[in-house]
Each structure stands twice: as structure tokens, then as C-alpha cells.
Design a protein around this ligand. Structure first.
Ligand code: ADP
Length: 490
């Protein structure tokens, strides 16, 4: 199949969260199944054209956004796995310091930026003569593409055979704008109906993606159920109207990249058969944080966007609640300024046991995954979560809230049967993170059990091999349904 991935993030070029990991990894596995996969991304300023050897293609294309005509160029790069990536270059929308905002708030013209991107991706496919069987769109930034295919482009021969797939990575970010978006995006007012573009008298990009694509997926089976039932942030009815076309496919991680045996960012390599290096990683991390280099101190970490979703209120309470214990905490994150302030206060009050780094820092993230004993992830909701899976690969034990993908990947360690790979609590049932950390600490101080738990964690494999089969099946289902619809239409 010809598969066109359209997304606003993709590793190694640009990453804000887990979306980038998925878009950067899934194509490599689809390629192994024999598909021709191409990726379209915005050319943000932060993407280093020289480093990635991006080559301009000989077209100057244009699309309309409201009354403006926007020109753009396409630059082509190739990933290490030989996948073509096409970057949409437009100075007005993408040549700025941030990805979605300036660090304090979202850019005020995000609507125009991603209308432009959706239209440009469609024009780019045509210019490249890449006729996709599948256009796979990710999150709200690309939600208008399925809508264009079902409206303005429904009689366009180029996309006659194209099915659209929309993947929800996080339903909390929906891209909802006023009704005047119909005109700004160049739709017809006839399509401003509840079964198409309209959502409570607005245009909601995510609703367009969910409601008008040929199949919808989200990133874990449990999250797929949750968003239909109670966690859909207003999308429940739309999702339930499409229930036969919703797939919950668990993300994997790239074990070639997240591998403590070969990782060049950590001070010493290790594997489940020889964990000596992990002790060195712990000592180095303690030193870097200004903590005592004490093997017996229980070291807990967190690498995350600073966002309420991630349960930072719960983490901050735990920092204070556990201040008298032999524990140390390290946080790496960027995002919400209020959360940052609260963490800074905790650091200033407990500098010998709490450390924080407020930046996006990939090598430091590796050091934290490698050096910690346990990983804190009390997310209030979590579509899939990659951090806990990465932590498992590094033998760092996740302590999580039972929600979404965390339920699908973490099982409570049972010290009788020695089964399980982490610790869980359930916010909904009033269970307590601090108590769960204390229970995990008991196991930490019981070497035999901790060793068994570490082995269980490192034996877990959430690889793409299995998930890619599920994506492949979803593509085939969507293509078959499309064929059926075409027959019916003729
Ligand atoms: P989300 O997509 O909601 O942000 P995930 O757990 O799915 O959460 O993915 C987060 C990814 O981003 C992980 O790979 C994590 O290591 C990485 N990450 C988050 N914040 C940072 C940071 N400040 N520095 C480096 N990596 C980060």
C-alpha cells in the first residue's frame, strides 16, 4: 500500500511528546511489511536543515487560507531507515521559535497554521504524484484532512482510492475554533452540519478527524474504551456513532533506541543479565542532582511535559509527604509555569532530596531512566504513555495511576507469586500515591523481590512488531470498506 503519514511531530526532527515517537517509529515497521510509507511534516525553525540534509524540491506551491494565498516549498529528507520525509516550508506559519506556542500560551493563529498545513499536505501529495491508499492523520492538527477528502475533494480523481485514518493521541487537545473556520478553511456552508463539520456551532478539528475519517484509532485498548464512555472530553457521542470503526492499538517503543545495553547517553551500559552499570548510572545521577551518593536511598524520577494531565499535584504532595524518608526525587520537564513554580519551591525547601531540570533534554531523560530505581507516573488520564514503557526497558520500576494505557502495560507486583512489573493505585477509588510509593519502597529494601521485579520489568516487550500488524489490519479494513462504498456509490 501507499501510505502517507501526516503529523505535526516526528522523531528525530521535532518532538513535544509521545506523538513524535509514534510517527517516527511506526513507518519503519510498516516499511518492513512492504508498504511504501512517506511522512509529511511542517518545517519548523528548530528543524536543522543542514543536519538532516534537507533538499528543496523544485516546486513552489500555494494554497488559500481565508483570503490569503500562502506559498510554500517542499524540502525532502530521508530517515536512517530510508523513509522519505517531506517538510512543508512556509516562513509565516512555521519559522518561529516554538512548535505550538511561545512557552506561555498557544500561538493565536494555530487555526490558520494547521488549516494551511492540512491543505499543503494534500497539495504536496499531488505535486509528488504520491497517490495514497491510506492517509494516516495524527491528532487535531491534521483533523481537517479527512474532512476535505469527504467534502471538497470527494470527486477528486487523485484521491478516489484513498482512505483516511485518524489517530487520537490525546483527546484533551481538540483544536476547536469558531464557525467562521468554515470560510477560513475553504469549506462550503452546506457542509456545516452536525454529521460533518459542525460541533456545537464551532468547527472542532478533532471532531472532523474522528467523524469523517474511514477509521479511527487511539493508542491503547483501555483508552479506546474510556474515551467512548467517560473520558472523551465531549467527544463521547461522536465516538459512539463510529463504534464499529474504532481501534485501540497499543504504542510500542523503539528498542534499538531505548536500550540500556547500547545507550550512549548513560554513564554505564547494562542489561538484565548484568546490572552493575545501573548502579553507576544511579551514582552519577545522584551526583548530578547534588544528592548523597547513597545506594540505599530510594531514587524516584519523572520525565514529562509539565501538565495537569500528568498528576503533578499528586507528585508535589508526595515530595512533601515523603520528605522524612530515605528517598530522593528528580524531575525533568517543561511546560506549565505554575507547576514549575511549585516544583521550584519544593526544590528550594528540600535541595538535598529533590532536584528538577526545566528543559527539554533528551540525553538527560536517558540518564534519569537509567539512573532511577522507580518512575513516577500518577497521570490523571493517559492515552498510552511511553515513559512507563521506557522505564521498564531500563529496569526502572513504574508507579502509576490505573488509567488508559497505564492499565494496559503495568501490572501490580505480587511478592508471593513474584509476578508483575510495577505498582499501581487508583485515583478514582481514592487510593493514595504516597502509600503506593511506601509499599514499593518496602519491596526496594527486599533485595530478592526487587531483583525479581527488575527482571520482570526488563523482560517486558512492547515492541512495534505486534502493533504494526494491528495497524496493517486497520488499513485493510478501511480500504475494503472504502471499496465497498465506491461500488455502492457507482
Ligand atoms: P505525552 O505524549 O503525553 O507527552 P508519553 O509518555 O506518551 O507522554 O511520551 C512522552 C515522551 O516525551 C517520552 O519519550 C519522554 O521521555 C519524553 N519527554 C517528555 N518530557 C521530556 C523532557 N523534558 N525532556 C526529554 N524528554 C521528554
Amino acid at each position: 500500500m501507499n501510505i502517507l503519514m501526516v503529523a505535526s511531530e516526528c522523531v528525530p526532527f521535532v518532538k513535544v511528546g509521545g506523538l513524535a515517537d509514534v510517527v517516527g517509529t511506526l513507518p519503519k515497521y510498516l516499511k518492513r511489511l512492504g508498504h511504501d510509507v512517506r511522512i509529511i511534516l511542517p518545517k519548523y525553525r528548530s528543524i536543522d536543515g543542514k543536519k538532516y540534509d534537507l533538499q528543496p524540491l523544485p516546486y513552489i506551491l500555494k494554497v488559500s487560507v481565508g483570503k490569503d494565498i500562502e506559498k510554500f516549498r517542499i524540502k525532502r529528507g530521508v530517515t536512517e531507515d530510508g523513509i522519505n520525509v517531506y517538510f512543508i516550508e512556509n516562513m509565516r506559519y512555521f519559522n518561529r521559535p516554538g512548535i505550538y506556542g511561545d512557552g506561555n500560551s498557544d500561538y493565536g493563529d494555530n487555526r490558520e497554521r494547521y488549516i494551511f498545513f492540512c491543505k499543503a499536505a494534500i497539495e504536496a501529495a499531488k505535486a509528488l504524484m504520491f497517490r495514497p491508499d491510506i492517509i494516516h492523520c495524527h491528532d487535531w492538527q491534521t483533523g481537517l484532512i479527512p474532512a476535505y477528502l469527504k467534502t471538497n475533494l470527494k470527486n477528486d480523481g487523485f484521491f478516489w482510492n484513498t482512505s483516511s485514518i485518524f489517530t487520537v493521541h490525546n483527546i484533551a487537545y481538540q483544536g476547536q475554533f469558531g464557525a467562521d473556520t468554515v470560510a477560513a478553511a475553504g469549506f462550503s456552508w452546506e457542509d456545516f452540519t452536525t454529521d460533518k463539520l459542525e460541533f456545537h456551532n464551532n468547527v472542532n478539528f478533532m471532531k472532523c478527524g474522528i467523524g469523517m475519517s474511514d477509521a479511527v484509532s487511539t493508542v491503547s485498548p483501555t483508552y479506546a474504551l474510556e474515551i467512548k464512555e467517560f473520558n472523551g472530553m465531549g467527544m463521547e457521542i461522536v465516538l459512539n456513532s463510529r463504534t464499529d470503526r474504532i481501534y485501540g492499538i497499543l504504542n510500542g517503543i523503539d528498542y534499538d533506541y531505548w536500550n540500556p545495553k547500547t545507550d550512549s547517553c548513560i554513564p554505564a551500559n547494562y542489561s538484565k543479565d548484568n546490572l552493575a552499570g545501573k548502579k553507576i548510572c544511579k551514582a552519577e545521577l545522584q551526583k548530578m542532582c547534588g544528592f548523597d551518593e547513597d545506594e540505599d536511598a530510594y531514587l524516584l524520577g519523572c520525565v514529562s511535559r509539565l501538565d495537569n494531565q500528568k498528576g503533578f499535584d499528586i507528585i508535589i504532595d508526595a515530595l512533601y509527604g515523603l520528605r522524612d524518608k530515605k528517598m530522593q526525587f528528580v524531575i525533568l520537564g517543561s511546560g506549565d509555569q505554575f507547576i514549575k513554580l511549585q516544583i521550584q519551591q519544593a526544590v528550594s525547601k528540600m535541595p538535598k532530596t529533590v532536584a528538577a531540570f526545566f528543559e527539554y533534554n533528551e540525553p538527560l531523560a536517558h540518564k534519569i531512566y537509567g539512573g532511577c530505581d522507580a518512575y513516577m507516573m500518577p497521570s490523571r488520564f493517559e492515552p498510552c504513555g511511553l515513559s512507563q514503557i521506557i522505564a521498564l526497558a531500563y529496569g526502572t520500576i513504574p508507579i502509576v495511576n490505573r488509567t488508559g494505557g497505564l492499565s494496559d502495560t503495568i501490572t501490580y507486583y505480587n511478592h508471593f507469586t513474584k509476578e508483575g512489573n510495577g505498582f499501581m493505585f487508583n485515583i478514582t477509588y481514592g487510593e493514595n500515591f504516597v502509600q503506593t510509593i511506601l509499599k514499593s519502597e518496602k519491596i526496594f529494601r527486599d533485595k530478592k523481590n526487587w531483583d525479581a521485579l527488575t527482571q520482570n520489568a526488563m523482560n517486558c516487550v512492547f515492541s512495534w512488531d505486534k502493533s504494526v500488524e494491528a495497524y496493517h489490519k486497520m488499513y485493510e479494513d478501511a480500504a475494503n470498506k472504502k471499496r465497498h462504498e465506491l461500488l455502492f456509490r457507482v
